[in-house]
Design a protein around this ligand. Structure first.
Ligand SMILES: NC(=O)c1ccc[n+]([C@@H]2O[C@H](COP(=O)([O-])OP(=O)(O)OC[C@H]3O[C@@H](n4cnc5c(N)ncnc54)[C@H](O)[C@@H]3O)[C@@H](O)[C@H]2O)c1
Length: 334
């Protein structure tokens, strides 16, 4: 297991205004890190939400924000002139379903954008690079739970294939250009600040508004839901790992919870925490959707000291409290 007491340094975080990124920034600032964020406040979901996430960060003297699009490599190189001890690359187009209708947009942000960050890191001699990948790279990989050593990954949507391409670009930069690259395969992250397009958040708002929720297929799909706090702990472990020159210069880790929840079970639990009954609008199965995701987390446990600490019910209860507070703030803003 790596020593997780890496001294605070200067982290460059892309996507630091988003759901996972803003929680990571909270954690780093609290531990004395300097943090520089690159985010273009992409309009995939309301940028006002991201502005709310970063409002406290803007008041912190160790925080800097650059509103730059990662597709613009020259802008990155011109603006980012400090020395960074590690890059954590989380900026991406993130929704699976949206990638079916905008495959080129996903290639541009997720693949060209990642290429730009890797080029920047190489030119500037910044070796430690942590990348936010996704469980969706496994796609239809038949053996469950999924392990990092599984071969024959079979992504089934453009988002997933863009993330797999990024992992491979990372390998090129580790083997040939001397970077130290860790790819973290996040499994359906949930909790406070969750993206509004993700099922728990989307369903909760529809249910509280008394509207129907669309359920695709027969409701038997399963997800390995992972609380954001566990993901942030895993990213912090990976930062230490990638800074430590004694560790391998390329590694992939699953960050999941190692437990699956069925879609209907998730809806029942949501009814319980929100105290409203769900009205289901059954829809045909969607191509590109995965039936089941399930992480084997042994490798991350051993190498990063990763140990998920928040179970689904606890995380969901916290999400429900946060959502009600957020909806009050939104109502006041209108
Ligand atoms: N949330 C999950 O369940 C989940 C699961 C697997 C992987 N991931 C990955 O984790 C990362 C963070 O996801 P999230 O859920 O916090 O998403 P998010 O959309 O909340 O955060 C992504 C951030 O990237 C920014 N961004 C998008 N395009 C950009 C561009 N061209 N230039 C600069 N910034 C840009 C967005 O404005 C946003 O703030 C993503 O790479 C995503 O693919 C998330």
């Amino acid at each position: 297991m790596v020593d997780r007491r890496t001294p605070a340094g200067h982290a460059l975080i892309t996507g630091g205004a988003g759901f996972i990124g803003s929680h990571l920034v909270d954690s780093l600032l609290a531990d004395g890190w300097r943090v520089t964020v690159v985010d273009n406040f992409d309009p995939y979901y309301d940028p006002a939400i991201k502005r709310r996430h970063i409002a406290p960060h803007l008041l912190h003297p160790a925080y800097r924000l650059f509103e730059i699009d990662i597709r613009d490599g020259a802008a990155l190189e011109a603006a980012l002139t400090d020395d960074y001890s590690v890059i954590v690359h989380l900026a991406a187009k993130a929704g699976v379903r949206n990638s079916l209708t905008d495959p080129l947009g996903y290639q541009m942000t997720n693949v060209i954008g990642t290429q730009n960050l890797l080029t920047f890191a190489y030119k500037r001699g910044i070796k430690p690079f942590v990348f936010g990948s996704s469980s969706s790279v496994y796609g239809e990989c038949p053996r469950l739970p999924w392990r990092e050593s599984d071969l024959g990954l079979l992504p089934i949507n453009p988002y997933a294939s863009s993330k797999l391409a990024d992992e491979q670009l990372g390998y090129v930069y580790a083997q040939t250009f001397g970077l130290r690259f860790v790819g973290l395969r996040f499994f359906t992250v949930f909790g406070e600040r969750q993206r509004p397009d993700l099922a728990i958040h989307k369903f909760a708002r529809l249910m509280l508004a008394g509207k129907t929720i669309p359920v695709y297929g027969d409701g038997s799909s399963e997800r390995d839901f992972t609380y954001w706090g566990d993901i942030v702990a895993g990213i912090r472990g990976a930062m230490t790992f990638v800074i430590d020159a004694h560790q391998p210069n390329y590694a992939l880790f699953n960050l999941g919870n190692n437990r699956t929840i069925g879609l209907l079970e998730m809806i029942r639990k949501l009814e319980n925490v929100l105290q409203v009954e769900a009205k289901i609008d059954w829809q045909p199965w969607q191509p590109g959707e995965m039936r089941r995701t399930w992480a084997d987390i042994d490798k991350a446990q051993q190498a990063l000291g990763y140990a998920p600490a928040t179970d689904f019910d606890t995380g969901l209860a916290r999400f429900a409290v946060w959502l009600r507070q957020t909806m009050l703030i939104e109502a006041g803003a209108h």
